[in-house]
Design a protein around this ligand. Structure first.
Ligand SMILES: [Zn+2]
Length: 432
């Protein structure tokens, strides 16, 4: 379903033609920049009383002068839809955001419309789950925070309630962790690729078993005594609720799972809720965590190749003395020391130039064009030439980086299980 309306910007008092495609989300906040003056405008569609639709406006109002019938082309035109990338182009009757998304999918698959519809149903499953889960985002945030509190019993009770299962009474760390990871799996499945997580979870025990038990034990003790593993897990857990805060602009990025990562699509299309300022730090923070997760990858890699977590391969005639030295390296340097690595990371998660620019606040966002311009060199005078990516590309980057963090979180989970179930019992440590 679609609604056509002409709105008047409250700031510049000029008009914009909008075609609003309906998502199944109960509340659909659509935000965009006025094409005349750049002011941020919002139209919120509420379908709580469907088939009635209610609109509310911020920074704009419905035009009183609009004639009925198709748009005449006098005003700039904007397509809006929460769930898909949309084009800002000339109005054409019938070429709705949904239909154009199906067409993109059909072309990407090289298939007919019927097959495109079938594949689309997979995406729809995730969207429908999101439509239910976003209503529980507050409950989820509180539940994840409870995990770090002292009342594990309360955490278990709330986790069982969220999972809609009988209450798990055990307060053993492995059982509390099991609840936590089941909550995460259920709550975040629309954002993740579950097969990747499953693969890592299944591979990790096999990988750990083939390592020297004493040396692996020393590595785990080191991670435990320094609280590195616990702090890293806590920081990963802080990211998950923030993904729900970014749920709206992530929806079109999820659609690209179906159509692929084609750059042209990403540049030509836009997001109907442009909240770059609200999500820009999230990417920086995820990449920071990825940098620390690589310390685990490196330690295990060293154990596998050289039988010692602190033993690195000689690179360019030099060698790192230990993991502490590795952890102080920049992210781009860290990759050099992961020789013939057991873990295959996704290069698409890393845009280190953008990450640096975000850290130094050398980023400019043009809301009308939905373009992010950044200086990878940190904004020095000689590198004032900026690089540009679209907001949709950025959201895709954020999604892929989150998935990488989530996958590496499975490594953290596996190390905890190894510690609780094997190492602590073997070494006589009391883990409760
Ligand atoms: Zn305006």
């Amino acid at each position: 379903m679609n609604t056509n309306m002409t709105i008047r910007c409250a700031t510049c008092e000029q008009e914009i033609d909008c075609r609003i495609g309906y998502s199944n989300r109960r509340i659909q906040p659509l935000t965009f920049s006025c094409p005349h003056c750049g002011s941020s405008l919002s139209i919120t569609l509420d379908i709580s009383d469907a088939p009635r639709s209610q609109f509310s406006f911020d920074g704009c109002a419905p035009s009183e002068t609009r004639a009925s019938g198709p748009f005449q082309g006098h005003n700039p035109f904007i397509d809006l839809h929460l769930d898909f990338p949309v084009r800002f182009w000339k109005y054409e009757m019938g070429k709705t955001p949904w239909l154009m998304a199906m067409e993109d999918l059909r072309v990407a698959l090289g298939a007919d419309m019927e097959s495109a519809h079938e594949i689309f149903q997979l995406h729809n499953l995730k969207l429908n789950a999101l439509n239910e889960l976003y209503e529980k985002a507050g409950e989820l945030k509180r539940l994840i925070n409870l995990y770090h509190g002292n009342n594990k019993q309360l955490f278990q009770r709330r986790a069982s309630s969220f999972l809609e299962e009988p209450e798990e009474k055990s307060l053993l760390p492995q059982d509390v962790n099991a609840s936590l990871y089941r909550v995460i799996a259920k709550a975040f499945f629309p954002f993740t690729v579950s097969s990747a997580g499953r693969e890592i979870s299944e591979m990790m025990p096999r990988f750990l078993y083939q390592l020297d038990k004493d040396r692996l034990g020393e590595f785990i003790d080191e991670l435990d005594d320094s609280s590195f593993l616990a702090v890293l897990q806590r920081d990963c857990l802080k990211i998950y609720p923030r993904i729900f805060d970014a749920e709206l602009p992530l929806r079109p990025a999820l659609f690209l799972d179906l159509t692929g990562n084609g750059t042209s699509t990403k540049i030509a299309t836009r997001i109907s809720t442009h909240d770059f300022l609200g999500v820009k730090d999230l990417y920086k923070d995820i990449v920071e965590i990825l940098g620390r997760q690589l310390v685990l990858v490196a330690g295990l890699n060293n154990l596998g190749h050289r039988g010692d977590a602190n033993s690195f391969k000689v690179i360019d005639g030099g060698v790192l003395s230990d993991l502490k030295k590795f952890s102080a390296k920049t992210l781009s340097d860290k990759f050099k020391y992961l020789d013939d690595c057991w873990y295959l990371w996704d290069d698409n998660a890393f845009n280190l130039g953008l990450r640096n620019a975000l850290a130094h606040n050398n980023v400019h966002y043009d809301g009308v064009a939905q373009l992010i311009t950044y200086c990878p060199g940190g904004g020095r005078l000689e590198t004032s030439e900026g690089e540009t990516i679209s907001l949709l590309e950025f959201m895709r980057l954020l999604l892929v980086a989150f998935r990488e963090m989530h996958n590496l979180h499975h490594v953290i989970k596996s190390l905890f299980y190894y510690k609780y179930l094997i190492h602590d019992i073997r070494g006589g440590r009391n883990s409760v």
